[in-house]
Design a protein. Structure first.
Length: 196
């Protein structure tokens, strides 16, 4: 019995979509009905070709299935929303981070808050690295100093409305460090003012 070729089977795939060209007008609606985890990058409208010309505006679409699919199965799905090509993704986290060029500082940077998530996909939990957490906590600390913030609720409210990346870190694991920092900051202020 011949063995089935599974070399092109995977759980994660990517495609590129040109909203002003190859995609139907309702491409996001189509993606929302797929019943699988999907990330859609922000519009890449600042990318530059190696020759110096701007690239055609596009989005990257990352699909992640619970079970393995082959390229042909995924190609049929991708064609429904106007994706061009199908690429097997070796690292879900690596490609998720690529959606905003997080590890490519030489490329145009895109806002992670603009990544669209479908099918229960959670962008922050997929692409977060410990170094991201440390960087965000440092940014929060600097923000508190620059804006004279002593109350955790002020930082929390700001993060919830303005910085989703900070908000996620505060909710998942960063609250203790920040609360202790703000508490000691308040204590230090009181000591310096002779109130302790």
């Amino acid at each position: 019995m011949p063995q089935k070729n599974t070399s092109k089977c995977a759980r994660s795939f990517a495609t590129v979509l040109y909203p002003d060209d190859s995609a139907p007008e309702n491409w996001l609606d189509i993606i929302s009905t797929l019943k699988t985890s999907v990330f859609v990058s922000p519009l890449h409208d600042k990318d530059i070709n190696p020759t110096g010309e701007p690239k055609k505006p596009h989005v990257h679409v990352l699909l992640h299935f619970e079970g393995k699919k082959n390229v042909e199965q995924v190609r049929h799905i991708v064609e429904t929303f106007g994706g061009v090509g199908v690429e097997v993704v070796a690292s879900l986290r690596g490609y998720a981070r690529y959606l905003c060029h997080l590890d490519n500082p030489e490329k145009a940077q895109y806002d992670i808050s603009e990544v669209r998530c479908f099918g229960g996909a959670n962008y922050h939990s997929v692409c977060s690295l410990p170094t991201d957490r440390f960087k965000a906590i440092k940014e929060m600390r600097d923000f508190c100093v620059e804006n004279n913030i002593y109350a955790y609720c002020d930082l929390f409210d700001y993060a919830m409305s303005e910085r989703e990346d900070w908000f996620v870190i505060l909710c998942e694991s960063g609250t203790y460090v920040i609360k202790e920092y703000l508490k000691s900051r308040q204590w230090k202020k009181e000591v310096e003012n002779g109130k302790s």
